[in-house]
Design a protein around this ligand. Structure first.
Ligand SMILES: [Ca+2]
Ligand SMILES: [Ca+2]
Length: 75
């Protein structure tokens, strides 16, 4: 998948759009590893754990945006 798609996924989450609801399958506002891997193909568990800065096993919008800014996300 392309970098563009990853950025779109992050942007959709940040904006709380309909696309974000599709990414966040259970609607809790956070991305599990499984949800994140659907939104961001190529995302490894290792990168997910790096992005999960508070270590709760879920990515918030802020954590996802931060990971994207740090260049952690694949694509
Ligand atoms: Ca979720
Ligand atoms: Ca987290």
């Amino acid at each position: 998948m392309t970098r563009r798609l990853t950025i779109l996924a992050v942007a959709a989450l940040a904006a709380g759009t309909a696309a974000a609801q599709e990414i966040d399958a259970d609607g809790d506002g956070l991305l599990s590893l499984r949800e994140a891997q659907i939104a961001i193909p190529g995302l490894t568990e290792e990168v997910f754990l790096l992005a999960d800065t508070d270590g709760n096993g879920l990515l918030s919008q802020a954590e996802l945006l931060s990971a994207n800014e740090r260049g952690l996300l694949p694509g």
